[in-house]
Each structure stands twice: as C-alpha cells, then as structure tokens.
Design a binder for this molecule. Structure first.
Ligand code: 5GP
Ligand code: ZN
Length: 134
C-alpha cells in the first residue's frame, strides 16, 4: 500500500504536468488550435514559421509530444529527436538554404534564452549568421 502522502505527491506532479500541457502554446499549434502557417507535418512533428523571425528564414520544428526542454527528453524520445533533425534538414532544403548554410538551435532554460517551454528546434538561414552567438 502506498502511503497517502506519497499518493498526494504523485497526484500533484501528474496534475502539474497536465496543467502545463493544457496551457502550452506549441501544443496548441501542433493541435491546430491556433492558426499558424504550418510548412510540414507528420505523425511526430510539426514545422512552422517563427512569429518574430530573426533571419529571412526562421522556422521552428517541434515534436507533437509535449517535452518541456531538452533536459526533459528521455531515452524513448531518441528516435523522435533524430527524426526532428532530419525534418529540419528537409525543410532547409525546401527553403533552399541548405547550400548557403543554416543554423539549428535548441535553447534550453532561461540563460540560453528559452521562452517557450515546449522543446523546439530553431532553423535559421538566408543571411550570414555570426559566431559566437550573443
Ligand atoms: P525560444 O526563445 O524559447 O528558444 O523560442 C521561442 C520562439 O517561439 C521565439 O523565437 C518566438 O518568436 C516564437 N514564438 C513565440 N510565440 C509564438 C507564436 O505564437 N507563434 C509562432 N509561430 N512563434 C512563436
Ligand atoms: Zn507543449
């Protein structure tokens, strides 16, 4: 028998996760609940244009599964993450930035600049991108 306190902790953790998912902007975009220009979609992921582009081409590739950040990806997400990068390369080719060059970025947590807490890959190109990034 699991002690009552432990049950409460489990329930609270589950509920917190559920609430996060319900309010998640990118989950809503993936579910077509928010009108967004979607460039690519399959059973695992969605690619759409960033609302505030930082380059002539600025796309976001996201998993349909809610994963808060790269820190929260687990072993079972490995294939999907590989797939996400493959899709990033595919859309970069479709946007004709594969030859000139493009950058894929995953910001993780506050100091890296993550503002939307649903794992996403930025795909940036169409201009010279400086290094190191700011
Ligand atoms: P982060 O800062 O978390 O790495 O990236 C979040 C990105 O999501 C930002 O580049 C921001 O412009 C983009 N973004 C935020 N809200 C929306 C939205 O409602 N629609 C779209 N298409 N992009 C968004
Ligand atoms: Zn989400």
């Amino acid at each position: 028998m699991i002690p009552f306190f432990i049950q409460k902790v489990f329930y609270y953790t589950w509920w917190k996760g559920k609430m996060k998912m319900c309010g998640c902007l990118f989950c809503k975009i993936a579910a077509h609940e928010i009108p967004t220009s979607i460039l690519y979609e399959d059973d695992q992921c969605v690619v759409f244009e960033d609302i505030n582009p930082q380059a002539p081409v600025h796309l976001l590739a996201i998993p349909k599964k809610h994963i808060t950040s790269l820190n929260d990806a687990c072993d079972e997400d490995r294939d999907m993450l590989g797939h996400l990068l493959g899709v990033a390369a595919r859309v970069a080719k479709e946007k004709k930035i594969d030859g000139s060059g493009y950058r894929t970025v995953i910001n993780t947590n506050a100091e890296a600049g993550q503002t939307v807490f649903h794992l996403h890959v930025h795909i940036l190109g169409g201009r010279i991108l400086n290094w190191p990034p700011g």
